[in-house]
Design a protein around this ligand. Structure first.
Ligand SMILES: [Zn+2]
Ligand SMILES: [Zn+2]
Length: 152
């Protein structure tokens, strides 16, 4: 496990302790595999990784653990249009553009939402939780194919 993922994992465990949460085996191992992968994982992928470590938990427990971590804003839960939702840690805020036609995804920076956030706050006194967003649409390539077909 690389140093930065170990550090990140330890910070997460400290954060749970500081917030008075119990550090159960499923919670600590789920955070560990998410820190190692540092990407997006479905509940099933987390479950499989836990099994590789010989951690005896069933799929329902893994799912409940991820849900609990998402409810407590320790991980994000996002529908990327892949069937199962994906879970990931918070460390690098970003979002995804997902093409509904070819399923290509483009990662975008959180800065695109800076104006929207401040507008919503000014207009409605509302603080949105847009931590990890998927925006669905058509990618450049699929748009040009759509216009090509229309031209035929
Ligand atoms: Zn993401
Ligand atoms: Zn596309």
């Amino acid at each position: 496990m690389p140093d930065n993922s170990i550090n990140h994992y330890h910070r997460l465990i400290q954060e749970l302790r500081a917030r008075g949460f119990r550090i159960t085996t499923p919670r600590c191992w789920t955070l560990r595999v998410l820190s190692e992968q540092s990407g997006h994982m479905t509940s099933e992928q987390v479950y499989q990784s836990l099994h590789e470590y010989d951690i005896q938990v069933d799929e329902a427990t893994v799912y409940r653990t991820l849900q609990w971590l998402a409810d407590n804003r320790i991980v994000t839960r996002t529908n990327l249009g892949l069937g199962a939702d994906v879970f990931s840690l918070y460390h690098e805020p970003h979002h995804h553009l997902v093409c509904l036609n070819c399923r290509a995804t483009i990662e975008i920076d959180d800065s695109v939402f800076a104006d929207l956030r401040s507008d919503l706050r000014k207009a409605h006194g509302f603080v949105p939780q847009m931590d990890h967003f998927a925006i669905f649409g058509l990618c450049k390539l699929c748009q040009s194919q759509a216009t090509d077909q229309a031209a035929d």
